[in-house]
Structure formats: C-alpha cells, structure tokens
Design a protein around this ligand. Structure first.
Ligand code: ADP
Ligand code: ZN
Ligand code: MG
Length: 487
C-alpha cells in the first residue's frame, strides 16, 4: 500500500501540473493514407501498406487533418508556424508496425497559446506550450487469464489515425484547475468540430505531469507522469492521489522519482510503469518521406474564415445581447447544439430571459426524463419560441404555458393550436373578465375599502382572487388594469 499524506500536510505544499492532451481529429480518412478512420470495423480491415508500415510505402499528408489542426491551434490562441517539420519518434511496441511514430519535434505546428479557465469565481490563463500533429498507433487487446491460455491480439485499424497533441505549460495548480482546463479544451474542440472528444472511444486522452513543492519555494519539484486518465473523474482522482503520494514521499525524507505511472481507478492508486525515457531515447530525426509542412497566410485566412464562434465569445455575447446572467450563459453554451437551440428559441421574439429559463428548466427536465439529447428534442426550438412569445403577448400566462408544454412534447403540435383546441387561452374578452372582476369587488368590500383609502398593495390580493375565479386563464396584467379602472 502506498503512503498518502493527510490534507493538513498536503496544505504545506503547492502542486504543479502540466497536461498533455491527445485529440483525435474528426477526419474521414487517416493522416497519411486513404484508409477510413471509423470506429467498430472488423479488426485489421481498415488498413493498407502505409498504415501497416510495410517497406517502401510512402505517406501522403491529409489536408483536412492539417486544417483541423490549424483551427484547434488558432482557437487555443497559438501562433501557427509558417513551416513545421514531421519527425520520426522511434520506439518499439507491438502495435506500432513502422517502429516509429510520425510526430513533430523541434518545429511543431503551433506554439505559445493559452486556455482561459474559470475556477471558484476566478479566471486564470493556462499556457499552451505547443500543438503538434502525429499519427496514432494500433491497439493491443489482451485476452485470457491463465498463462497457458493467454493471447495478445493486435488491431491496426487505429494505426495512422490523425491526432494533435496539446502540451500545457506547468501552470496548473489544483486538480480542479486541471478539470476546468480539460473541460474547456473539450468544449472548444467540439464547437469547432475538430473532434468528437468521445473519451470512451479514446478521442480525447490526457496524461498529467505532476510535481509538488513547498509553498513559497521557487524551484519546481521532480515530476511524475500519470497516464491512462480516460475520464474527467479519473483525472481529478488520479491527481489528488498522486499529489498526496508525492507529499508523503517528501515528508518521509524520500525523493520523487521521475517516472511514468499508471492510474488504476479501481484501486484508486498509481503504480510505476517505467522510468521516464528522455527525449534522447526516441532518436528523433526529420521524416525523410514528408516535405516540411508550409502554411501560407492565405491558407490560414481561409481556415480562420470557416471557424465558428467559440464558446468564450458566445458566452460573452449571450450576456451582452440577451441580458442573461453569467451563469445562465455558461449553462446555455455548454454545448454548441444547446447554444444554437437557445438562440432559435430567442429568435421567435419573446423575452430572452424567459426563453433561457424554459431551455434550462422545463426543456432540460423533459430531455433528461426521456433520455434524449437536445438535437433530438421532442419540442423544436421554433415551437418553444412560439410558446414564450404567446406568454409575452399576454395570450397565455405562466400557468397555462406549463399546461401546454407537456402537450407540445406529446403531440408535436404548435402551442397556439393546443391552446385553442384545449381552451387554454387566456381570457382576454373584457366582457367576461369584467363580470369576474365585478364579482370579486362585490365579494371583498373590506379590501376594496382599504384600497380606496390608499392601501395600494391590496390590489395584489384582489388580482389573486380574480385569477382564481378565472381558473388561471386571465392575464394578471389585464386584471390589474381593469380592477384599477373599476375602483
Ligand atoms: P519531458 O521532457 O519530460 O517531456 P517537458 O518539459 O516536455 O517534459 O514537459 C512535459 C509536460 O510536463 C508539460 O505539460 C509541462 O508543462 C509539464 N511539466 C514540466 N515540468 C514540470 C514539473 N516540474 N511539474 C509538473 N509538470 C511539469
Ligand atoms: Zn492505410
Ligand atoms: Mg516533452
């Protein structure tokens, strides 16, 4: 069992964290050949001489992969280098048929960016050191338990899938900040359509470099790298665990060893996998089969033009142009489909804040209950917008809207049709309303007297009585106006 430091001891230290994130680019074909990248095909069916690493096969760079990588780099505020160079990273692994990975080394695609994170009401910039392109390896599948009946299979369908690796500066200080960084990263990549970021399929993978130092110390401590962080929850758990382990090592007079550790979520512990190879061991050298990648200003401009609005500016715009609260804007921009849905609801012309409340409240609950994504919402954004508009126009009140909403989900009809069919329209006929109001006045002489002698707030009670008498179908504003006129 590992020794872990207690929270009061950990509090004497400051963690330092840098993340290396691999993002699978959403291209149809692989990075250096025309094989499909699809998930779930029969093992070793999406392969060719290039991605099998057969002698003499030559790589051809996928232009779309480059464009997606440029989009990602620009979104992370990086400088895209006019020239970058592919390099061979040599190592032996059964699922790496070439015996090397084609990556980028001393001349990466892009550098010097940042990601802005928001944690505990504070904003911080986490530096992005570099973004480089590379190909993925295949997959080893281990099967069987007994020594006499144990096999490892190799599936090379994934071999040659395009990736970008995004390396952060050691600017992260807590597991919550790491979580926020990865969340922001995922959100940006999904908005761009650069990647699906499906973690279960390995489209977003994260390795964490962790060290600790006494608070106030200037020098960084020795870092360990934790691999296999394939969910947001594991990332946080693994970091908290690794921090506590390193502090215990130091407190007991030991030294942190520079190594790669593997996180085991079941046992909640990290185990040493191998001592860290230094860059030297990979014997990097420029890939002789690929020309340097040159990106012209004109190409960059074309890519930039295609880029959609990013979550950070969309959040800001939602606050400024719809008058939403910061928190609501954050919820509504969590995913691109959600933000687009909201904008369509608001576009119907009703009150934008009311539209936001419907999307975050009743609609979110409905989707959760039906286990549906907003893209498959049983109520279209246009229809929900019409509902908000009907309220705005005073044709229905909040209560009636709540009655109509589930009927929209059930029938798919528009709110006005339902309103008319079910007789849920607000009573706007002033004759009918006048009758109700006369009755209320007659039945409540004491309150009427109070109002007439200057106690203005009694009007609320009288409006309430009239609403009740109309079984919620009157418009409170009209009732209030007519009451005042009659009194
Ligand atoms: P290596 O040469 O081991 O690959 P790098 O300097 O390239 O190390 O950094 C790899 C990652 O480790 C980066 O994300 C970086 O921010 C992070 N990192 C570097 N030094 C430290 C440290 N002392 N503690 C925590 N993370 C670190
Ligand atoms: Zn291929
Ligand atoms: Mg490095």
């Amino acid at each position: 069992m590992e020794t872990l430091a207690t929270p009061d001891v950990i509090a004497k230290y400051e963690p330092v964290i840098g993340l290396e994130v691999h993002v699978q680019l959403a291209t149809n074909t692989k990075i250096f050949c025309g094989c499909p990248t699809g998930f779930g095909a029969a093992p070793n069916s999406n392969v060719c001489p290039v991605c099998l690493g057969l002698p003499g096969a030559l790589p051809v760079l996928n232009k779309q992969a480059v464009e997606l990588a440029i989009e990602a780099s620009l979104a992370l505020h990086c400088t895209v280098n006019p020239t970058s160079v592919f390099a061979r990273k040599n190592y032996f692994y059964p699922d790496l048929p070439k015996g090397y990975q084609i990556s980028q080394y001393d001349q990466p695609l892009a550098e010097h960016g940042f990601v802005e994170i928001h944690v505990n009401g504070e904003s911080r910039r986490i530096g992005v050191t570099r973004v480089h392109m590379e190909d993925d390896a295949g997959k080893s599948i281990h099967d069987g338990f007994k020594d006499s009946d144990r096999y490892t299979y190799v599936d090379l369908n994934r071999s040659g899938t395009p990736l970008i690796e995004i390396v952060s500066e050691p600017d992260i200080r807590t597991s919550d900040e790491a979580h926020a960084y990865l969340t922001e990263m995922k959100q940006v990549m999904q908005y761009l359509g650069v990647s699906t970021c499906d973690m279960e399929k390995g489209h977003l993978r994260c390795d964490a470099n962790v060290s600790v130092r006494l608070k106030g110390a200037e020098k960084f401590g020795t870092k360990a790298e934790v691999k296999n962080l394939n969910s947001f929850r594991f990332l946080k758990m693994a970091l908290d665990h690794e921090i506590a382990r390193q502090v215990a090592v130091l407190e007991n007079g030991g030294r942190v060893v520079q190594e790669t550790r593997l996180y085991d979520p079941d046992a909640d512990e990290t185990v040493s996998m191998r001592s860290k190879e230094s860059a030297h061991d990979y014997r990097y050298f420029p890939e002789p089969d690929l020309a340097p990648l040159r990106i012209s200003e004109a190409w960059m401009a074309r890519v930039r033009e295609k880029m959609p609005e990013l979550p950070a500016s969309r959040r800001k715009r939602f606050v400024e142009s719809y008058g939403l609260r910061e928190y609501d804007a954050q919820v509504l921009t969590a995913t691109r489909p959600m933000s687009e849905y909201f904008e369509k609801v608001a576009a119907a012309g009703g009150d934008a804040r009311a539209a936001a409340n419907w999307v975050m409240g009743d609609l979110a609950a409905l989707l959760k209950q039906e286990g549906k994504e907003i893209e498959d919402s049983p109520i279209s954004a246009e229809r929900l917008g019409q509902l908000v508009k009907l309220m705005d126009e005073g044709r229905i009140n909040g209560k009636l809207a709540k009655d109509i909403f589930p009927k929209m989900a059930e029938t798919g009809d528009d709110p006005e049709t339902i309103m008319k069919r079910e007789g849920l329209e607000a009573i706007s006929d002033e004759g009918a309303l006048g009758k109700i109001i006369d009755e209320v006045i007659a039945a409540n002489p004491k309150q009427v007297e109070q109002y007439k002698s200057g106690k203005q707030q009694v009007i609320g009670f009288l409006v309430g009585q009239a609403m009740k008498a109309s079984r919620g179908q009157a418009d409170p504003a009209t009732v209030s106006r007519m009451l005042k006129e009659k009194l």
